[in-house]
Design a binder for this molecule. Structure first.
Ligand SMILES: *Cc1c(COP(=O)(O)O)cnc(C)c1O
Length: 404
């Protein structure tokens, strides 16, 4: 393709809505856990497209599923069903607590479906007073107006006029704060089984089990937003398995398509029946291309080798980050689970997570932040150990520059 204009970062400012601040680097090609930019500079990818690229870039199983489906049929809409959607739904049902699947295209849309289902169930079964939704401060559930309201961060939800009502926020890992809010008017409690965007905060067992018990006592639904934690990220197919707490509704997206946009809401037959014909929908939801890639990603991730590998690779990261910290003393804590890892900056470095990200990029390694004080790592679940070691060596150089 020939263009009569330069395609560079400056063009972003010319033609894109300014709601993002992308890096100056524009990757054009990726293979496994490495990507190359327009000038053929190579980067190691510890970001994984924000916990999306669970099998790295251009994994052969995903590429061949996409190509194969690309030659068959791309899109039908939900006026008809399609084989890839049916196959992926069957696999999700067979491997989780769920009995029914609703497909969407993103995490926010999957959560939107979960919230609408919870509200509709409550109305159908308990009447019109049971509308309260309890979520958590520092939670994140997406950017539609309902989901951003349920997410517990005013910076994202305020400034758009009146919000959807009857949404309140408790404190994560504080069961008393949930007790203080919950009642028979509570329709659902929505939580991440490990807060991602909010700072890589794992729930205590006591908290997770306690929330389940409170929901049961008050006939409220427990919704687990596994958009970030799902599809092997924490070393189990879904995080709820590791917690020993089963939700009523689970949402999954990010890694579900390994980089192809897809999301899903999973639930029981008993609850699913409340979204009857015409109550909710999506043009693209369950798109054959997305589901074909999703199926290949699911089959590849849902194996003991990959899931056990997550636990082993996590140890390489944590040991490596601790070794860096022993030299430079910049982190207060290395936390998280599986390959969702947060390095929490010491007080002297408050607010400087982005500086670490930028310095790391300059050394050839892509990282993420989770808020202003945490450097986040969410790499491919199958990143080769050599790439972890090399990426951490590059990250160490970045740390050294900041620490001096
Ligand atoms: C990323 C994320 C979302 C939003 O997903 P989108 O695909 O950006 O809509 C929702 N919940 C959690 C926990 C997430 O990490």
């Amino acid at each position: 393709m020939s263009n009569k204009f330069p395609v560079n970062r400056a063009l972003f400012d010319d033609v894109m809505v300014p709601n993002y601040a992308p890096s100056a680097v524009i990757p054009v090609r990726g293979q496994g856990s490495r990507v190359w930019d327009q000038d053929n500079n190579e980067l190691i990818d510890f970001a994984g497209g924000i916990a999306v690229n669970c099998l790295g870039h251009c994994h052969p199983a995903l590429v061949s599923a996409l190509k194969e489906q690309g030659d068959k049929i791309w899109h039908l809409s939900n006026v008809m069903t399609n084989e890839p959607a049916l196959r992926l739904a069957k696999k999700l049902v067979d491997n989780t607590f769920a009995e029914k699947v609703y497909f969407a295209n993103s995490g926010a849309e999957s959560n939107e479906a979960a919230l609408k289902l919870a509200r509709r169930w409550a109305l159908d079964v308990h009447g019109e007073d049971k509308t309260q939704i309890i979520a958590f401060k520092q939670g994140f559930h997406g950017r539609t107006f309902f989901t951003v309201t349920v997410g517990g961060q005013a910076a994202y939800s305020d400034g758009f006029g009146p919000k959807p009502g009857d949404v309140v926020h408790a404190e994560y890992n504080n069961l008393e704060s949930v007790k203080a809010l919950i009642s028979d008017k509570t329709c659902a409690v929505m939580m991440e089984p490990l807060q991602g965007e909010g700072g890589i905060v794992a729930p205590t067992d006591e908290f997770a089990k306690g929330v389940r018990e409170l929901c049961d006592q008050h006939n409220a639904l427990l919704v687990f937003d596994e958009v970030q934690t799902g599809v092997g990220r924490l070393g189990t197919l879904y995080a709820y398995e590791g917690l020993g707490v089963t939700p009523d509704i689970l949402t999954t997206a990010k890694a579900l398509g390994g980089g192809f946009p897809i999301g899903a809401m999973l639930t029981t037959t008993e609850l699913a029946k409340h979204l009857k014909i015409g109550t909710h929908g999506s043009t693209y939801g369950g798109n054959p291309l997305a589901c074909a890639v999703g199926e290949a990603a699911f089959d590849t991730v849902n194996t003991p080798e990959v899931l056990n590998g997550v636990v082993e690779k996590a140890k390489v990261y944590v040991d490596g980050l601790n070794a860096i910290n022993a030299k430079y003393n910049v982190f207060k804590e290395i936390r998280g689970k599986g390959l969702l890892i947060g390095a929490v900056l010491k007080d002297e470095y408050q607010g400087r997570a982005k500086d670490f990200l930028v310095a790391a990029m300059a050394e050839g390694v892509m990282t993420l932040v989770a808020g202003a004080n945490i450097v986040r790592f969410a790499p491919s679940l199958v990143i080769p150990n050599e790439d972890i070691v090399e990426g951490l060596a590059r990250f160490e150089k970045a740390v050294a520059k900041i620490a001096q």
